[in-house]
Design a protein around this ligand. Structure first.
Ligand code: ACO
Ligand code: ZN
Length: 159
């Protein structure tokens, strides 16, 4: 897929990213939320673009949070939270989410984070497989995490 470019999000991408998020996921956010992540953690907000058709086809965004390490006892640490990732349907299963995540994890490392975490619906097999393939491991279940009552799985990964 050499016509797919992975690059940092730019403000001009906002409408398209919001639209991909609404099409692909039930967890949606106002435009200002996307912009605040971009302003605070631009290295962790990455998009995939089909340069043949000049369209964005996926995004990942994340933020750095401080908290107790999930991997090293009670140590306070910086953690890279993958907030949302999606690839439009026609472009799935071509390794694009993997490339996006790897770029976001590199951004987290540049911000000094030593681990990453995320939540995913327990029924979301595609995403669970993706995270496990990249090296995330299931840490615990978060009962009733989603608005519709579904449980989340909390995944963590060393950086
Ligand atoms: N069935 C089983 N495993 C899958 C599938 C699938 N349909 N799709 C991906 N995987 C797993 C496989 O292990 C795959 O490796 P392989 O192809 O070598 O077997 C691995 O994930 C990597 O696949 P990619 O091609 O990199 O993933 P893709 O670009 O297709 O994107 C994603 C995966 C983001 C989960 C996509 O299906 C999507 O956008 N889904 C809807 C939105 C979503 O669920 N986002 C995650 C929510 S959780 C969160 O945002 C923190
Ligand atoms: Zn989250």
């Amino acid at each position: 897929m050499e016509q797919i470019h992975i690059r940092p999000f730019q403000p001009e991408d906002l409408q398209r990213v919001v639209s991909i998020n609404r099409t692909c996921l039930p967890e949606n956010y106002p435009g200002l939320f996307f912009m605040s992540l971009y302003e605070s953690f631009p290295k962790a907000f990455i998009v995939a673009e089909d340069i043949e058709t000049n369209t964005l086809i996926g995004y990942v965004m994340g933020r750095i949070e401080r908290g107790f390490s999930s991997l090293k006892g009670y140590k306070l640490t910086k953690k890279g939270h993958i907030v949302s990732i999606a690839i439009i349907e026609e472009y799935r299963r071509k390794g694009i989410a993997t490339r996006l995540l790897e770029a976001a994890l590199e951004g987290f490392r540049e911000y000094g984070a030593s681990e990453s975490f995320l939540e995913v619906r327990e029924s979301n097999i595609e995403a669970v497989n993706l995270y496990q393939k990249i090296g995330y491991v299931e840490k615990k279940v978060l009962p009733g995490y989603y608005r519709d009552g579904e449980d989340a799985l909390l995944f963590t990964c060393p950086l």
